[in-house]
Design a protein around this ligand. Structure first.
Ligand code: VG1
Ligand code: CO
Length: 542
């Protein structure tokens, strides 16, 4: 009963930083999603009768692709598909389900922080048996297959009711619709001191969590309101919507403005947080104090031993290259290794599997640990809550204490979105060509120490990933990193990462923009952003 459908390759089905992301209209073309899914099944490791997890962030087109994927899986010899009820599984929950049920892998249907809806974005990512994003060797094999594919396989079967828990046969395959929240919430209870958080809540610890009408709503309501006792209504925008209510589900100062206004307003609760489309990012804002993701990584690492899951200490800390070096100082103080990887969670998988790192993070609001193989938004929120509940300290006080001990890495990222691809490529090419001549050069008050293109050598599998961003390091520890986004669907996005270190006896409570002024000017001198793009200011500052 297998049906073979002839097809032709599509160009451009190359997974980026985190899977294949395109407009819904691209994915909705006949054979487009089918070709990609079949290419995945053609190349990945799986035994006959293997289990596949399928989950998504609930965005527009999710259900259509789930139905397609179930039939293609049935025709390709999978034995079981686990799918979250309603087609919902947050990215970290999908990672956990893959690991817990011994699946050979999973399809994570999401374009994460990108907007959703008929005219917006969709995405498909493949995760391997360890629960993490497929490494480059696998994504390259998938891409190569998409260029030669000439057929995809399916079965003639009706759509499965994915809104009701239970098992349904599809050909020789069993589709099990599972509770998307329960397994994940149980895992969180094993890692964190829920009793301590509940006790603090009973004494008036207040919080607000913006789920941005994305996937974390049901998870946050179950964990924060039901299991931890935060007031009903603590979770805002808790119902996942196909278009995220028309907003970008990107937890930053622009798209989570309401949260920021609340946390800097007169009636701010003690703690504020948000997550993104697929639940793997986190934004942390205390009453009157925003914590940059790079600082959050460092502060969580420094205090993680207060949570039961990390009471035995950390084996190592890993961060993506553009993430500030704040976490490195904590690693040094703890006497554990610090790793610097390219952007994208897939590069942490080997370090986590090998037991070389316990906590990982990216400047893009991603933090996580070896409990799964994805970054995990609610995990970071719960670790913060656990630390604050045990220490009875405010976010602001904890941040000040941290800086007074380790010094402060002032940090910002400037994004120039939707640039013409040729413009962005020309800017990067010119900058790359200038790199050899930069060391020793003075730019305003700054002197270049090192300028290079970041190349990563994976210490576990020995692979090399080159051209992962242009770095200009200045004497004194400041730096600027330039790279192009690998998750956008419209033109190119230039990201400029700015970092300045102030030692613990320096100016620790200044305005970030003012502290980075010389670096912002240097970025313009180095890259000619206005000259190339005509843009006089970034689209988004985070
Ligand atoms: C961005 C971030 C990166 C993150 C990736 C996926 O990639 O910079 O740190 O891992 O998004 O996050 P890029 O290539 O656009 O800079 V998610 O939450 O969209 O899966
Ligand atoms: Co995400």
């Amino acid at each position: 009963m297998t049906i073979t459908v002839p097809t032709k390759p599509f160009s451009g089905q190359k997974p980026g930083t985190s899977g294949l992301r395109k407009k819904v209209k691209v994915f909705a073309q006949a054979n487009y999603a089918e070709n990609f899914i079949q290419s995945v099944f053609d190349v990945v490791d799986r035994a006959p009768g293997a289990t596949l997890v399928i989950g998504g962030d609930g965005r527009y087109h999710n259900r259509t692709v789930i139905s397609q994927a179930i039939r293609i899986a049935a025709a390709n010899g999978y034995g079981r598909v686990l799918v979250g009820r309603g087609g919902i599984l947050s990215t970290p929950a999908a990672s956990h389900v893959i690991r817990k049920y011994g699946a050979s892998g999973g399809l994570v249907l999401s374009a994460s922080h990108n907007p959703g809806g008929p005219d917006e974005d969709f995405g498909i990512k493949y995760n391997i048996a360890n629960g993490g994003p497929a490494p480059e060797s696998v994504t390259e094999a998938i891409y190569a297959r998409t260029l030669t594919i000439d057929r995809w396989l399916t079965v003639d079967a009706p759509d499965v009711d994915i809104d009701t828990l239970g098992d349904t046969p599809v050909g020789d395959l069993t589709v099990s619709v599972i509770d998307p929240v329960a397994d994940y919430a149980d895992l969180m209870e094993t890692l964190f001191d829920f009793a301590a958080i509940r006790a603090a809540v009973a004494e008036g610890f207040s919080a607000t969590f913006d789920a941005m009408h994305a996937v974390t709503g049901p998870y946050a309501i179950e964990i924060l309101e039901r299991r931890l006792g935060f007031l009903a209504g603590t979770v805002k925008n808790g119902v996942p919507l196909e278009d995220f209510g028309g907003h970008h589900p990107d937890p930053n100062m622009v798209h989570a403005k309401v949260l920021f206004d609340t946390m800097f307003g007169p009636d701010a609760p003690i703690f504020g947080a948000a997550s993104d489309g697929d639940g793997d990012r986190n934004l942390i804002v205390g009453r009157g104090r925003f914590i940059t993701p790079s600082d959050s990584l460092a502060m969580l690492a420094a205090n993680a031993h207060l949570a039961p899951g990390y009471a035995g200490g950390l084996k190592g800390i890993a961060r993506s290259m553009p993430t500030s070096a704040a976490a490195d100082r904590v690693a040094q103080a703890l006497g554990i290794p610090a790793f610097e990887t390219p952007t994208g969670w897939k590069f942490f998988g080997n370090l986590l599997d090998a037991g070389m790192a316990t906590i990982c993070g990216e400047e893009s609001a991603g933090t996580g640990s070896d409990h799964v193989r994805e970054k995990d938004g609610l995990w970071a929120v719960l670790l913060w809550l656990n630390i604050l509940a045990v220490r009875r300290i405010s976010v602001d006080a904890l941040a000040r204490e941290h800086w007074a001990h380790y010094g402060r890495n002032y940090y910002a990222r400037h994004d120039y979105e939707a640039l013409p691809t040729e413009t962005a490529d020309a800017l990067i090419a010119e900058l790359a060509a200038s790199m050899p001549g930069l060391p020793g050069k003075a730019i305003g008050p700054l002197t270049v120490a090192v300028a290079d293109s970041f190349s990563y050598h994976d210490p576990v599998d020995g692979s090399t990933s080159a051209n992962q961003g242009l770095r200009v390091l200045f004497e004194g520890g400041s730096r600027i990193v330039f790279r192009l986004s690998g998750t956008g669907t419209e033109g190119a996005t230039l990201r400029v990462y700015l970092e300045r270190y102030e030692p613990n006896d320096g100016a620790l409570d200044e305005d970030t923009g003012a502290m980075l002024g010389d670096l912002i000017a240097a970025a313009e001198t180095l890259a000619g952003i206005v000259r190339h793009t005509g843009r006089t200011r970034p689209s988004v500052i985070t």
